[in-house]
Design a protein around this ligand. Structure first.
Ligand code: CP
Ligand code: NVA
Length: 306
């Protein structure tokens, strides 16, 4: 069987995705009960980070250790990748030594090129275009708090960035309606919007997007790599701050999510993360559990060697 990769939400079937988030909750329960579960003994995950990370690095590294394996942090600064060794050559070499590779990168093409040359599964730990691992955690978190998200309305407020693009894919895979409120010129991928059809609506007014919504999400206004646009973006995005006044128009049982890190006072009001309807800390924790489910799914168990 050819090797599976997880570069986007569209790489898995809806049934596989639902299975992963269920399994994430099961693995969370095992850990909560102190049960040792080490199916990936002797397995090694390589983690290439071209951008900074707290949650993604920690959750993959801790996750591999908890599953009985190991993770190796690879910075382009300290590897030949940073000195121009081609992606394809690096993929051929690394995938002969590792059991899976996670990559956080700028250009999404880096992921597709690496995957095309890799013998082992490649996982997207965030690119300029997509952040599918975060969506697994978000979907697990919604499911744990409210049950199935199918048929619900989700509002994305702010930048049509990598997270927003992954929400467009998730809307198709998990069967929910998505409303995106963003300033003109900051829309998500036109290709993904065309693919999603009437499942996703783009609008300017955040109040219209939030009206009756069951889940409201946002993210920073300047993503990694856009630091020099920060001042211009702060001014332009000001009307898109998510705060209690905006959320007053949402459904009574609305949940608020933010993939973090957050900039309090910018895309969210100072106190928002600590409100009862905010599930941002659970969302962050679930990165660990659902990515363990992903690793379990993608990486062959070590006992195949026995
Ligand atoms: N949400 C997220 O991916 O966080 P990090 O940038 O800390 O990995
Ligand atoms: N959109 C943000 C997400 C960080 C997890 C970024 O790309 O920087």
């Amino acid at each position: 069987m050819s090797v599976r990769h997880f570069l986007s939400m569209m790489d898995f079937t809806p049934q596989e995705l639902v299975g992963l988030i269920r399994r994430g909750s099961e693995l969370k329960d095992l850990r909560d009960r102190g049960v040792l579960f080490e199916p990936l003994k002797n397995r090694v995950l390589g983690m290439i980070f071209e951008k900074a990370s707290t949650r993604t690095r920690l959750s993959f590294e801790a996750g591999m250790i908890q599953l009985g394996g190991q993770a190796i942090f690879l910075s382009p600064r300290d590897t030949q990748l940073g000195r121009g060794e081609p992606i394809a050559d690096s993929a051929k070499v690394m995938s002969r030594m590792l059991d899976a590779v996670m990559i956080r990168t700028f250009a999404h093409d880096t992921l597709t090129e690496f995957a095309a040359n890799s013998r082992v599964p490649v996982i997207n730990g965030l690119s300029d275009d997509l952040h599918p691992c975060q969506l697994l955690a978000d979907m697990q978190t919604y499911h744990e708090h409210r049950g199935s998200i199918a048929g619900k309305t989700v509002a994305w407020i702010g930048d049509g960035n990598n997270m927003c693009n992954s929400y467009i894919e998730a809307a198709q895979q998990f069967d929910f309606q998505l409303r995106v409120a963003c300033p003109e010129g900051y829309e998500p991928s036109a290709t993904l919007l065309a693919q999603a059809g009437d499942r996703v609506q783009v609008m300017r007014d955040p109040h219209q997007a939030v009206a009756g919504a069951h889940l409201v999400c946002t993210d920073v206004w300047a993503s990694m790599g856009q630091e020099d646009e920060t001042a211009a973006r702060l001014a332009l995005f000001r009307p898109y701050q998510v705060n209690r006044a905006l959320l007053a128009g949402a459904a009574e049982d609305v949940l608020f999510m933010h993939c973090l890190p957050a900039h309090r006072g910018e895309e969210i009001s100072e106190d928002l993360l600590d409100q009862p309807f905010s599930v941002a800390w659970d969302q962050a924790e679930n990165r660990l559990h659902v990515q363990k489910a992903l690793l379990e799914f993608l990486v062959e168990p070590a006992y195949h060697y026995a």
